[in-house]
Design a protein around this ligand. Structure first.
Ligand code: ZN
Length: 472
């Protein structure tokens, strides 16, 4: 009898332990209040990049951030710097890309969102485009690619919780880039199709309700000397006053079968160029204030807008900013052609215009990795860079110059992680010092990314339970 009671008691004890919760529940309970230094874990693929920009805007105390999430759909979060409250991520639209399991290229990555807030406070994103498809009809300014460029607007001002997708920009767009002027005019820049397409802008003077027809500013064109076409990669940004500034490099878009390079079509890019668009007069000019005719051809680009000829090494992702006197700084990644269809790791090279000529920074030790540039005075320049050190440590750091860009020194490390790398956004528009750049952490063996919002105090933290339930 005693034996029976003991056994029953033991069973009852186990029952109680079971009721009070298993080990799993306990750890979940603990997780609920854990603060982490990332704000979401559903970034997907190359979730942000320099080219599609801005992907973050600071506006009236709040930073708004857009990134590519699961199934390549656009997601938006916001952070209130005063109350420290995060909202989202909310899905802001549905991309036509990222849904086909049979597609050879698993993640397209071209349709990442760019974000803009209009003068009425409505939040706009464009996303989902990689040049459109044949089923969408003839592309009058280039060739077809994939996806469909879409424009979504928040249903209420400064509210990221609900969105409406509009049909008022060209579906052939890719590499979305937004610029808003002081008077509220919106310029929407993009490539009008796949590689063999013009770069264009569409202008809206009514807060994005309607856009004018696409205007070509960089011309794709058949070459007559080799079996290839002229193709371009510009990056646009606000200059001083009514100026929009453009840094760009050149892509030799070779035919698949061509006698000049048996490697066929390769992502080969060269040279660095700069020009500006005076939106007040409608004039396009080079750095010497000489007028340019658009769409700019390769011949005119070489004659009038060249910053640096880079004929042997390959280039990637130009960036630009101007000092208060209007003197531009431009950067571009440069690395050796290492054969096959690739180039070697690329380092940032920095150039500045001194009023007479382009000067190159003395630094040859800027890290290998992508970044964006901010010129705060005639003397002070900062470059924000992601890089991977030799010890397999991923790092986001700021390199500062106090001599107008002649020399740079690593001055601040925002984030460092062992055994990982990062993808970074362009600088957030009008940034709060605590939130300058958006970062996705590449994790080995996964296409999902932890998302960080970085500023002068490092990553902005968040309670994990508040985004843990987002479905991947
Ligand atoms: Zn090409």
């Amino acid at each position: 009898m005693i034996k029976k009671i003991i056994i029953l008691s033991i069973c009852f004890c186990f029952f109680l332990v079971g009721c009070n919760g298993s080990k799993k529940v306990t750890s979940e309970e603990k997780n609920k209040d854990i603060m982490v230094d990332y704000f979401a874990d559903n970034g997907f693929g190359n979730t942000v990049a320099i080219v599609q920009h801005p992907s973050g805007v600071y506006h009236k105390g709040i930073t708004y951030v857009a990134y590519q999430g699961p199934l390549e759909d656009p997601y938006v979060v916001s952070y209130n710097h005063k109350t420290k409250e995060w909202k989202g991520p909310f899905k802001a639209g549905i991309s036509e890309m990222g849904k086909d399991p049979n597609r050879k290229k698993k993640i397209d990555n071209h349709g990442k969102p760019a974000l803009l807030i209009d003068n009425e406070g409505y939040i706009h994103i464009t996303f989902g485009g990689h040049g459109g498809m044949r089923k969408h009809g003839e592309n009058p300014l280039g060739n077809h690619g994939y996806g469909k460029n879409l424009h979504a607007v928040s249903k209420k001002p400064l509210d990221i919780s609900s969105w409406e997708t509009l049909d008022n920009v060209s579906l052939f767009g890719t590499y979305s880039q937004f610029v808003k002027m002081d008077n509220g005019d919106i310029y929407f820049f993009y490539r009008h199709g796949a590689h063999r397409s013009d770069w264009v802008y569409q202008k809206s003077t009514d807060n994005g309700k309607t856009f004018g027809e696409p205007v070509s500013f960089l011309k794709h064109k058949r070459r007559t000397d080799i079996e290839a076409e002229d193709s371009w990669y510009p990056w646009v940004s606000r200059g001083n006053g009514g100026d929009i500034i453009v840094a760009f490099d050149y892509h030799i878009c070779r035919d698949k079968n061509n006698p000049q390079d048996t490697r066929g079509h390769i992502p080969e890019r060269h040279n660095l160029y700069y020009m500006l668009f005076d939106t007040k007069t409608g004039e396009w000019k080079n750095v010497k204030n000489e007028l340019l005719e658009i769409p700019l051809t390769k011949e005119m680009a070489d004659e009038k807008t060249l910053v640096k000829k880079i004929p042997d090494d390959w280039t990637f992702q130009a960036i630009t900013d101007v000092d208060p006197n209007g003197n531009p700084h431009v950067g571009v990644l440069v690395g050796p052609d290492i054969g096959a269809k690739r180039s070697g790791p690329k380092r940032m090279q920095h150039f500045r215009w001194n009023g007479k000529e382009w000067l190159q920074s003395k630094n040859t030790n800027l890290p290998r990795g992508n970044g964006d540039i901010e010129v705060t005075s005639a003397k002070e320049v900062s470059i924000y860079l992601e890089s991977e050190t030799n010890n397999d440590v991923g790092e986001i750091a700021r390199w500062d110059s106090f001599d107008g860009g002649d020399t740079f020194k690593k001055n601040k490390v925002f984030l460092q992680r062992e055994n990982s790398g990062f993808v970074i956004s362009a600088l957030i528009d009008n940034p709060h010092p605590d939130a300058r750049i958006i970062v996705g952490e590449k994790e080995k063996g996964s296409d999902f990314r932890k998302m960080y919002l970085l500023g002068d105090n490092g990553p902005i933290k968040r309670v994990k339970k508040n985004f843990g339930k987002i479905k991947k």
